[in-house]
Design a binder for this molecule. Structure first.
Ligand SMILES: [Zn+2]
Length: 129
């Protein structure tokens, strides 16, 4: 079965819901319970921007089992235009096409199939904008 964390966050992931802290304005995706910026627990729900930019990235050449058929692939920390930072795969481009500061667009894709059950988990990935 999908991990408890994945299932808990699934509604937000599917709807691209992010949380904006009512006190300091920090945006988190998936939404958190407690703001990592100021510790407040009050948020407004906003939609994650469709676009963002690469803050940093790395190329994965040795991957966990469920991603082993995809190597090499890129994983980046992307900052959405409304300030949420998330770690995501960057797909549909060669690793050498990536650079810090490049614009990306979030797309909804299959992430991986869960072990022997074959349950497919979906979520967001990034493509070059
Ligand atoms: Zn805050």
């Amino acid at each position: 079965m999908p991990s408890p964390g994945y299932r808990r966050e699934m509604p937000q992931r599917y709807r691209m819901e992010a949380a904006k802290c009512k006190a300091c304005g920090e945006v988190s995706f998936p939404p958190r319970i407690v703001c990592s910026g100021c510790g407040t627990r009050e948020f407004e729900t906003i939609r994650l921007s469709e676009y963002g930019k690469i803050i940093t990235y790395t190329i994965i050449r040795v991957a966990p089992a469920q991603f082993s058929t995809q190597v090499p692939y890129s994983v980046a920390v992307v900052e959405s235009d409304n300030g949420a930072r998330l770690t995501t795969q960057v797909v549909d481009c060669k690793p050498e096409d990536l650079a810090i500061g490049k614009r990306v667009k979030f797309v909804f894709r299959k992430l991986y199939a869960e072990g022997h059950t074959g349950i497919i988990c979906y979520g967001y990935k990034a493509v070059r904008a």
